[in-house]
Design a protein around this ligand. Structure first.
Ligand code: PLP
Length: 385
């Protein structure tokens, strides 16, 4: 039987046409598709500014820089995330720390954050930036984190790499509460540009700074020039930036995909609802729902309960053996060798570690069929009961 991957991109003829159009045009990069993608993305997420980048890792890096992160800064994130959520702080020479998760949402716990802030205030070591992650596509507790940000004076850089199109309090993430929000368009994510990322913000100056750092810190913008232009060729490097640009080929794919986001999202939600029904009687903890937010359903993660007949390692092997592309999201970042060398230890963030021991990601993607979902459920049932 055919292998069922945990995620699969959905490419339609319109996407192919959009990419081919760019290949036949004058611009393969730095052309009109980039602005089209940014405008469509900003509109869909009801936010003033969207700056596209080569990937979300680059987006996290320069969003941190634009928010003033550097040597001596402190950045806190969730241990239950991809390593990029924390690496961006280290790229800037900042100190990184973690806030344990809420076992229900699997996102950064607001209670743990509040406790840690109180302690940090006493020790004179408050964070400069907090990076909450919308794990699996479920928005984090943005309003509560905003209240803490206002009280303690840190910036919020939301890692919504899983959450393109997700809703919080009835509005899309990306334009509310966070100072800046990062999205990923890697092929496994909600919408794809093969590789790609976006930063959204309501702050025009911040958007300008990110756009500057995306392209070497070089500008022709009269507002940013420090000297009088010497002629029509004139440009200045006003800061140390990078080449973190997306190409027009990628942006055309992204813009085409964004047009279908509502349908793709609805298909994911339908699949998630169906999993809730067909897995209800298995010894599994299913994803929690919240009344004030809707997940983008990047991932459907289940946790084995004490009643499960086998452990996670055996289940994983059996599922892979049966052609089901299960995965595990995430090995807690602080337990990675690179982070252990910074002084983090096992036991530092017990909720993230306990969650990790029991978590397994099962396949979910828009074009998944009932038969494929039933096959996943059958094998889960065979192994667990
Ligand atoms: C995928 C991902 C990233 C990195 O995205 P890229 O576009 O691959 O660089 C960052 N954070 C999280 C939570 C992710 O899942």
């Amino acid at each position: 039987m055919a292998f069922i991957p945990y995620s699969r991109q959905q490419i339609e003829q319109a996407d192919i046409d959009a990419v081919v159009d760019v290949l036949k045009s004058d611009f393969l990069t730095q052309g009109p598709a980039i602005e089209r993608f940014e405008t469509a993305f900003a509109e869909r997420h009801q936010v003033a500014h969207a700056v596209s980048l080569s990937n979300a890792t680059a987006a996290l890096h320069i969003a941190c820089l634009a928010l003033g992160v550097g040597p001596g800064s402190r950045v806190w994130t969730s241990p239950n995330s991809f390593v990029a959520s924390a690496n961006c702080a280290l790229y800037c020479g900042a100190e990184v720390d973690f806030v344990d998760i809420d076992p229900g949402s699997r996102n950064m716990s607001v209670e743990r954050l509040a406790e840690k802030l109180e302690q940090a205030e006493q020790g004179g070591a408050l964070p400069d930036v907090v990076i909450p992650v919308d794990f699996s596509g479920m928005p984090c507790d943005l309003a509560e984190i905003r209240a803490l940000a206002d009280r303690y004076g840190f910036n919020i850089l939301q890692d919504a790499s899983h959450a393109t199109g997700a809703q919080y309090q009835g509005k899309p993430v990306g334009g509310q509460y966070a100072d800046a929000t990062v999205f990923s368009f890697h092929a496994v994510k909600i919408v794809t540009s093969a590789e790609g990322g976006m930063v959204t913000t309501q702050d025009a100056d911040l958007a300008k700074r990110i756009a500057l750092l995306r392209s070497h810190g070089v500008t022709r913008d009269a507002d940013l020039l420090e000297r009088e232009p010497e002629g029509g060729w004139y440009y200045e490097q006003v800061d140390l930036g990078y080449n973190y640009r997306i190409t027009d080929i990628q942006a055309a794919l992204g813009a085409s995909q964004i047009e279908r986001i509502d349908t793709m999202q609805a298909e994911r939600a339908t699949r998630a609802d169906r999993y809730d029904r067909i897995l209800a009687d298995l010894p599994l903890k299913l994803p929690k729902r919240f009344v004030d937010r809707t997940s983008a359903w990047h991932l459907y993660v289940v946790e084995l309960t004490d009643e499960a007949k086998c452990d996670r390692a055996r289940l994983f092997a059996a599922m892979r053996e049966a052609g089901i592309g299960v995965n595990v999201h995430y090995i807690p970042i602080h337990t990675q060798p690179c982070y252990q060398r910074l002084g983090f230890k096992r036991g530092d963030f017990p909720a993230a570690e306990a969650y990790y021991e029991r978590a397994i990601t099962i396949p979910l993607f828009p074009a998944m069929t009932d038969a494929e979902q039933d096959r996943v459920a059958d094998i889960l049932s065979r192994e667990l009961c």
